[in-house]
Each structure stands twice: as structure tokens, then as C-alpha cells.
Design a protein around this ligand. Sequence first.
Ligand code: HPA
Ligand SMILES: [Zn+2]
Length: 335
Amino acid sequence: MKKSDLKAYVAALPKAELHLHIEGSLEPELMLKLARRNNIDFPFQSVEEIRKAYQFSELQDFLDIYYQGMNVLQTEEDFFDLTMAYLNRARADNVRHAEIFFDPQGHTARGVPFGTAISGIVTALGMAKMQFGMTTKLIMCFLRHLPEEDAFETLDQADPWLDHIAGIGLDSSELGHPPAKFKNVFAKAKDMGLKLVAHAGEEGPPDYVYEALDQLKVDRIDHGNRSLEDEALVARLAAEEMTLTVCPLSNLKLCVVDQISTHPIKRMLDLGLRATVNSDDPSYFGGYVNDNFYALIDAVDLTKDDIRTLCENSFKGSFLPEGQKRAQLAAIAKV
Ligand code: HPA
Ligand SMILES: [Zn+2]
């Protein structure tokens, strides 16, 4: 199949996005608009200036800019506008279901209340369901560079919002902050009936992936690239049908891979791993979910079957009820 036909096939397929940080979907245009609207002292004057700053040689370079960018988010309306912009953009990529991360501690640490952030997000999620039938789940991430005690405090703040929160995640600086650091708060969240995910094996070694599985008892691994260094781990992930939320353009931008042509997505599928394709922080990494597929199609020999498998995996690995998963898989089969 020609690459252009494979791209058209991607565009036509229903898909779920399982690894998306809503704060990472903040486009420079909206960032400037919110900086002005909120009278924020902001170091950038133009979209071009902002985009020029998006050059990273590792995860921490990105995180520094990502936390600076989110300073413009102040009011409930800001969080609503941010979320609505993502949902509309995702809809254009035929995303039918999105499981969205947010970083409450990135906001509460700046004096923006938990309720301000989540109420704006939740209102937008409700509107997307009503206006265009997109289903969503919200996943609250803990910042792993902060102590576990702070994560417990954040879980307490979530209490009035638990009807709107499907699960918890773990993000921010991976190296030096192994999953085991958050063992107790993950155990509490599990007892509360929340789903569990964690970033692991993006920059961290395979041991961090083992810890996420064995000590956090996660339902999914975010990224997971470095699992490939450990054959026994790969066999286990495949046997357990553990979903990996892989983010190709993010991997390129953060130098997890040297080039898209050496991205291991194809190898992951060939090894029987339940890999999915996601955009992570699309505004910072150069594209939304279909752009991630297109970059892979240009650089890697993905087949039509691979592409269908990746989209099927996105629903299989989602937290949708089984009936809705089946309906989405049936819709894929019709394309
Ligand atoms: O890809 C990521 N890794 C870790 N933390 C993050 N926070 C936003 N995106 C990321
Ligand atoms: Zn991420």
C-alpha cells in the first residue's frame, strides 16, 4: 500500500488517545492569549519566539518549559478553553475516546486551586460528549519529583471530584524518582477503586517498569520504551497484555530515539506487545495523534495491519466498559 493510502487509512480509523497531558496541548497562540487575558508577566512576545524555545535534549529540558508554559492557566475558563481546543483537535483526527492526564500539583503549587483546574476541564469534557459524542476519562497525575506525602495531599483534594476521575498517573522527572517512591499512595488509590498508570521506561531503566508492575500494580505503562532492553520483561508484558502508551514524536523530541526511522514501534508489535500511538504533549512535540502515525508511516515500514492493530490496541487498552470497547472495535472493522 502507498504511504499516502496508509495515511488516509489512519485518518479514517476511529481511535482512542490514551497518553495526552492536557497542559501539553497548550498551543502558543492560546498561551499568548491567556498571558494577555490574565496580565501575566510572560517572557515570550510571539508564537515564533515560543516555538523557537521548544528544543530539548532530554525530558528535563522539556519539563522546565512545560511548567513555565502552564503559568498562564489561571481561571476555570482558561482550563475550559485549553481542554476544548484539544478535544476539537482530537476530533479532527477521528479520536473517539480520550483518556486525559492533568497535573494538579502544577497548578496548586502556583496558588491555583484544584477545583479551578478540574472544573474547567470537566465542563469541557461534558460538552464534547454532548456536542460530538466523544467519550473521555480523566487521569490525575502525581509529580514524581515531589514527595509521596504531597501526592497523598493531592489525592485528598480530589475527594469531591472522584466521580470525574477515572485513575491516577505518575509523571515528571523519571530518573532518580523510581515508581516505588509512590507505592503507598498508589495502594490507597487502588483501594479507592481508581485505575492506575505510570510513566516508566521513558528515560528510566527496565527496573522502573518492573517496579511499576510489581509495586504500583499499574493497569498500563506510559511509554515503556526501555522495556525492550530486558527480554524477560518483554515476555511478561506480552503475556500480561499490558498496554504501552507509546509517543513517537515525543520520543524524537526528547531524544529517547535518535530518529523516527529507528523508533521501535514496529518491533514492539512484532514482539507481541500491546503498543498504542499517542501524542503526549502535542503542542510541544510537533503533532497530534495522526501526525504521530504519519511520521511513523514516512519513516518505518508500518503495514495496514500494523496500523489497524495500533488503533484496536488503543480501545483494548482503554478504561472503557467492555461493551463500548466492542462497539469501537466493530467500527474499526468496517473501515
Ligand atoms: O512525557 C512525559 N514524561 C514525563 N512527564 C511528563 N509530563 C508531561 N509529559 C511528560
Ligand atoms: Zn507523558
